[in-house]
Design a protein around this ligand. Structure first.
Ligand code: URA
Length: 463
């Protein structure tokens, strides 16, 4: 096997083909080489087929800690950066590694903002089998996700929170690589996930960050040990870059809450923001309160995460989180008029109730397959840049451990057309196992990684 050419001086010219071959052959790239690839991705000077080849080589060979840190910083620096200091508040955010029905952003961001922290949130679109915060928000007519930095600051100053996308000037390298990973089967890599998430978070100039690292059948890294490595990696990388960070390992062994799609997820959050406590959304409410509690604590507005959680809960009960969310939607051009009757706005092209095909306990959900089922309703895209259907998705009527009787409704599928109902139904039936015995319960929140724990974990992992 040939060995890639390695330039021997620091100012020797770099060539993308050499860097692809170097990674393909299992070698480590230095910070200059990584910065070359990242700036080429952001500027559009490296063709997509070469970036794809390098991503696949990185996915297959893995990235060293040094490569991951260099990639994260180069991606952070690929465009303009936001400086939240003018807001006069501590800037704190939350980011999830991705899941199905994972909609906590629409709750935690307004709860934390209502408690006095600034939440400058740069988010992503649907990735692989998981939904995207931006696609869900864009189901609100008029909502603009691509704001300039000046607009981002204005919305933050007015509302305390703004949820926006990467743009050609804000983390442009992630904008390109994120969409490319989605189409090239290169999402599930700890290093690429870490760099993608942290480049956005560090470009937002955050003082503190709460990471929701998913584990279980619907997570990109479904094995607990892999998710723990990702959590430790992200905490230590963000802390080294100066952002106080905590990561919570949380269960994605089933969809979070009851809805997975676009508008139907916003609808579920509006109910919670109105102070309602539906049983089917209890895990969503619980996790959102826990994450918001940490954000409020790290933002200096509570003396502990438990106290932060109490403050967060009060914002759901007194309507202040709903007021913040509504104000942000309006400030970003969205029509909040539809919030007064969310159900009336929901106009799916076709729908079908899927009933239990057996009597027994819901023993297992293959949540990645359920995520693909949601995507095939029309709620996700097949190709980059395609529009998504605001009204498509799946509402689940039963959860893991529930006892169901044959014929009882298990889920309602909302698709763009009648023809798009069959595939999600068949995927759903394959993904859900009904058995005689209930499964072992899985805790919603598992291990918590602070800087010290992350560093100890990485030391042991390297040894
Ligand atoms: N969220 C991101 O922003 N990037 C990833 O790679 C995964 C989840």
């Amino acid at each position: 096997m040939s060995t890639a050419h390695t330039p021997d001086t620091q100012d020797a010219p770099l060539h993308t083909i050499d860097l692809i071959r170097k990674k393909r052959d299992g070698h480590t790239l230095d910070a200059r080489e990584i910065a070359f690839l990242v700036s080429g991705a952001a500027a559009g000077s490296i063709p997509l087929e070469q970036l794809s080849a390098w991503l696949m080589a990185a996915w297959l060979r893995g990235l060293s800690l040094e490569e991951i840190r260099a990639l994260t910083l180069a991606m952070r620096d690929s465009g303009d950066k936001f400086d939240p200091s003018r807001l006069g508040k501590t800037a704190v955010d939350k980011h999830s590694t991705g899941g199905v029905g994972d909609k906590t952003s629409f709750l935690v961001a307004p709860m934390a903002a209502a408690c006095g922290v600034a939440v400058p949130m740069i988010s992503g679109r649907a990735l692989g089998h998981t939904g995207g915060t931006l696609d869900k928000l864009e189901s609100i007519p008029g909502y603009r996700t691509a704001l300039s930095l000046a607009e981002f600051e204005t919305v933050l100053a007015h509302c305390g929170v703004s949820i926006v996308s990467q743009t050609p000037s804000l983390v442009p390298a992630d904008r390109v690589l994120y969409a490319l990973r989605d189409r090239t089967g290169t999402v599930e890599s700890p290093g690429l996930i870490c760099a993608s998430i942290l480049s956005k978070k560090l470009a937002a100039g955050l003082d503190a960050l709460v990471l929701d690292v998913k584990t279980g059948s619907g997570a990109f890294l479904s094995k607990r040990e892999d998710a723990e490595y990702l959590a430790a990696l992200m905490v230590s990388t963000a802390e080294a870059a100066g952002t106080r960070t905590v990561a919570l390992l949380t269960d994605m062994g089933q969809p979070l809450g009851r809805a997975a799609g676009n508008w139907i997820e916003i609808m579920e959050c509006l109910e919670l923001l109105h102070g309602k406590t539906p049983a089917e959304s209890e895990d969503l409410r619980e996790l959102s309160l826990t994450l918001a509690g940490w954000m409020i604590f790290l933002g200096g507005k509570a003396e502990s995460e438990t106290k932060g959680r109490q403050l967060a809960e009060a914002t759901l009960e007194d309507g202040s989180a709903l007021a913040v969310f509504t104000k942000m939607v309006e400030a970003q051009g969205g029509d909040s008029g539809i919030f007064s009757d969310p159900q009336a706005f929901h106009k799916p092209g076709a729908s079908k109730v899927v009933n239990a095909w057996e009597t027994g306990f819901i023993a297992e959900m293959d949540t990645t397959e359920l995520g693909w089922a949601v995507q095939r309703t029309g709620a996700g895209r097949e190709k980059a840049g395609e529009p998504v259907d605001a009204h498509a998705g799946i509402v689940f009527h039963a959860r893991c451990e529930d006892f169901v009787k044959k014929g009882q409704p298990m889920a309602t599928i909302f698709a763009t057309t009648e023809a798009q109902l069959a595939e999600p139904i068949s995927l759903l039936r394959k993904a859900i196992t009904i058995a005689e015995e209930p499964p072992q319960p899985v805790p919603l929140v598992g291990r918590i990684f602070t800087r010290e724990k992350a560093e100890a974990f990485l030391r042991d992992a390297v040894r």
